[in-house]
Write a protein that binds this ligand. Structure first.
Ligand code: GDD
Ligand code: MN
Length: 424
């Protein structure tokens, strides 16, 4: 059966900051009653279905979800498939189903990739007061949705489908998969106890929540674990868990690779940095501590390059000490520039593409670092000759001050985004 896909019916993909608005964007509708503002959303519930190569599952899932939600939320819910340009054209299959399911909307992403950002982009275009996510592969049983929604009606902020409470379980996971999942959970409890131990199944990808719990929060997840991002950055007070059995996949395969595990660790560390004591201090001081720590870490690598180069040039090749020190210092500056451009200030450099801008940043960075070397020598002399501090302690203190100097000047000068190129 040939059917045309109404490409125009696909939802435009949001870009920029991953932030869910208090109210759906294109809905300024509001019921003002006697002066009290009671803003409403066009639908009660928006369920996001992230898909990647789920052509064998998507139609059956939409059927099952509609059969369950039509009776309890007639014309008051929407299903939003967010597909990352699947090779098996899941997005097209889903778009063709829109003719039969008026509640269905489809987004096809062709740039950004990843499960958790797919879910958030879906929430950004959602119209519902209550938001949710369910896997697109029939491994999350739709029949527990009414219980999750009832929990939200009962004033919960978040209702999680959990494999680790009464009525929960996994169909037939291998011992390795069980070990890895539980191991990931333990690691999370160690690194981020407040967040990861607030639910029995922090790895769950099946939950519903009140829009207001995350509205306005800037989310920055990595990889698969969207729930720990919500728990870490949302305003979640009341949580309800509903047991479910994680089903066997019928079609297609899991996309979980080792990458998801390293992403998970990266995600935990990022959340730890931004929401723990350091995050609180960073906000109070209005100083990007996480970014500074990355800058300092890069600076350490520069120290290794400097010392290594000095040893090779002076110790092995017999160059004069001053010439060796100058070349070694420049090599360290180049090393630091590369890592800072790729990692510490990646979000800024990505908005300033092109060779000319890169060279401009390198020259500014070099200038700031050379001024830093002069400052360091001056400081060293003041501390050693003026205050008679031990020369090594004086050197360490001078390096610490110069690192702050270098960081702040590079943040405000070398990587400051001057002309923002249009989004690619
Ligand atoms: N849009 C999009 N982009 N969807 C994705 C991507 C992606 O990069 N990767 C996976 N998905 C979709 C899949 O199509 C599927 O619908 C769902 O996300 C889950 O992906 P799986 O690869 O099947 O994950 P899993 O079954 O091994 O693990 C799931 O269950 C765990 C327990 O709930 C995931 O939901 C995990 O996040 C979850 O922890
Ligand atoms: Mn799955």
């Amino acid at each position: 059966m040939t059917t045309t896909t109404h490409l125009s019916s696909l939802i435009p993909v949001p870009s920029g900051v991953l932030q869910v608005s208090r109210l759906p964007h294109d809905n300024q509708a509001s019921d003002w009653e006697h002066g009290s503002s009671q803003l409403t959303c066009p639908v009660r519930f928006s369920l996001i279905i992230p898909t990647y190569n789920e052509s064998g599952n998507i139609e059956k899932l939409i059927q099952q979800l509609s059969a369950i939600l039509d009776p309890i939320l007639p014309n008051d819910y929407e299903l939003i498939v967010v597909d990352d340009n699947s090779r098996d054209r899941t997005w097209e299959l889903a778009a063709n189903l829109m003719a039969d399911y008026s509640c269905l909307r489809v987004m096809r992403r062709q740039g950004e990739q990843g499960l958790s950002t797919a879910v958030i982009r879906g929430w950004q275009v959602a119209q519902g007061e209550v938001l949710g996510v369910i896997d697109g592969d029939l491994q999350h049983p739709p029949e527990i949705l009414p219980k999750l929604l009832a929990a939200i009606e009962n004033r919960a902020d978040l209702a999680v489908a959990s494999r680790h409470v009464e009525g929960g379980g996994v169909s037939s996971w291998s011992l390795v998969r069980r070990f890895l999942s539980r191991g990931a959970q333990m690691l999370g409890i160690i690194l981020l106890p407040r967040v990861v131990s607030s639910v029995s199944d922090p790895m769950s990808g099946y939950f519903v929540l009140r829009r207001q719990a995350i509205a306005g929060k800037i989310l920055s997840p990595v990889g698969y674990k969207i729930l720990i991002e919500v728990l870490g950055r949302g305003e979640i007070n009341r949580i309800v868990e509903v047991g479910y059995v994680f089903q066997e996949r019928e079609e297609g395969q899991s996309k979980v690779t080792w990458r998801q595990y390293t992403d998970y660790l990266h995600h935990l560390l990022r959340l730890r940095l931004s929401t723990g004591r350091l995050g609180w201090l960073s906000q109070r001081l209005d100083f990007p501590i996480g970014r500074f720590l990355r800058f300092a870490f890069v600076g350490l690598s520069g120290l290794v390059v400097d010392m290594g180069a000095l040893f090779i040039l002076h110790g092995v090749m017999g160059w004069g000490l001053t010439r060796s020190a100058i070349v070694a210092a420049e090599l360290a500056i180049l090393n630091n520039f590369v890592w800072n451009d790729l990692w510490t200030f990646k979000d800024f450099s990505q908005r300033q593409r092109g060779k000319r801008k890169l060279i401009k940043r390198l020259l500014k960075f070099n200038l700031v670092c050379l001024m830093g070397v002069i400052l360091k020598v001056l400081l060293l002399n003041v501390l050693f000759n003026g205050l008679h501090i031990n020369p090594y302690l004086a050197n360490f203190l001078a390096i610490a001050v110069v690192t702050l100097w270098n960081f702040w000047l590079n943040l405000k000068l070398s990587w400051r985004v001057t002309e923002v190129t249009e989004e690619v």
